[in-house]
Ligand binder design. Structure first.
Ligand code: 2P0
Length: 347
């Protein structure tokens, strides 16, 4: 029995940084992201289960690797739920292409690959864990018992930001106050004249992993406390801007949050520096472009790496791409027009 799914990455506009509970990946603040389309950047995962398989295994980008502890935890939790589901009431129709669920007592083989550089600050763990959780939910027909939001808890246990890739469009990961309430759901599933441009300036492995970085920040940054205090109001303003399709507020808050996140990284001791000279060039370019346009036309955001992701009003996209191609030596531009996709079945 075999299921293949694909999952996109998501890029936060109000960022997750800091864990209240490291083991459960409970965040110190809620976050909001945009799920990208899968045209260029995605994870494809195939999970196979049958009684001939002698042990669980993971092949990542063609290489047999040890299954990380967190992944084991996610797989075990989902298997346990699958074993108990026999006594539960079926709420929904399973989307699974498998007629009957796989036996959760059998071992599984996971084969997963990314169509973009792993650990380059482009949230590969987000597409990876959301894809795995969706594959397992279909393999065991868990989607017949649990909502997408309930399933997002398992993705979060694997990697915080991955709970957001289970939904299309603009998505909120709620802070919550327990494992079952710190979950994701959709704010709105499309924004027609919003375009996204992912610019890949460097595809080296990032220096400080997010999990380690977040713990250093929580321990050492005074600015971080200020950031957390301001979060509930910021999230509310952002949600209202998204629902009203108010690009100006959306764009300005996105840039301000990215800047504050990187300021907090710099305020961490020892400091975490994700931005580089190219990143700073993009920041100045965007502010100058907006000044010339006479309105907020473009916004930037940077995750745990130097690659800018630009959000723009679609009427400016052609001009921005043309100018960037003239001005900068960027490895790749990925123009993402349709981001109204989320994790889905391949076969
Ligand atoms: C985000 N990042 O909201 C923020 C912005 C990076 C900067 O979520 O430890 O890989 O697996 O829960 O989800 C990256 O953190 O961390 C991240 P874990 P994750 O997208």
């Amino acid at each position: 029995m075999k299921i293949t799914c694909q999952s996109p990455v998501n890029i936060a506009v109000i960022k997750y940084w800091g864990k209240e509970n490291v083991e459960l990946n409970l965040p110190t603040n809620g976050s909001i992201s945009v799920t990208l389309s899968m045209e260029h950047i995605k994870t494809i995962t195939c999970v196979e289960s049958n009684e001939q398989i002698k042990q669980d295994s993971l092949v990542l980008n063609g290489e047999l690797v040890e299954i990380p502890g967190r992944m084991k935890l996610v797989i075990d939790k989902m298997r346990n739920i699958a074993i108990r589901c026999g006594n539960r009431q079926i709420k929904y129709k399973s989307e699974s292409p498998l007629e009957s669920p796989a036996d959760p007592r059998h071992f599984i083989t996971i084969k997963s690959r990314n169509t973009f550089p792993t650990a380059a600050g482009l949230a590969s763990s987000a597409s990876g864990y959301s894809c795995l959780v969706y594959c397992l939910s279909l393999l065991y027909h868990l989607d017949a018992y649990l909502t997408r939001t309930e399933l997002s808890e398992f993705a979060r246990l694997g990697s915080g930001s991955s709970c957001r890739s289970l939904f299309p469009g603009l998505v909120e990961w709620h802070l919550g106050d327990s494992s079952s309430t710190s979950v994701a759901d959709s704010i709105c599933d499309s924004w027609e004249d919003l375009d996204i441009l992912v610019c890949i300036v460097k595809s080296e492995k990032k220096k400080v992993g997010s999990t380690v970085g977040m713990q250093q920040t929580v321990k050492s940054s005074a600015l971080f406390k200020h950031r957390v205090e301001g979060m509930p109001a910021k999230l509310e303003t952002m949600k209202r801007a998204i629902i009203a399709k108010d690009f100006e507020t959306f764009a300005n808050l996105t840039m301000a949050d990215s800047n504050q996140f990187h300021a907090v990284c710099l305020d961490t001791f020892p400091p975490i520096i994700y931005l580089n000279e190219d990143s700073r060039w993009f920041i100045e370019f965007v502010h100058e472009y907006n000044r010339m346009a006479g309105e907020t036309a473009v916004a930037y955001t940077f995750d745990a790496g130097p690659n800018p992701v630009l959000y723009m009003r679609s009427k400016y996209t052609g001009d921005v791409v043309r100018l960037l191609k003239q001005l900068v030596d960027v490895t790749k531009f990925k123009s993402i027009r349709d981001f109204n996709e989320c994790v889905t079945i391949v076969n």
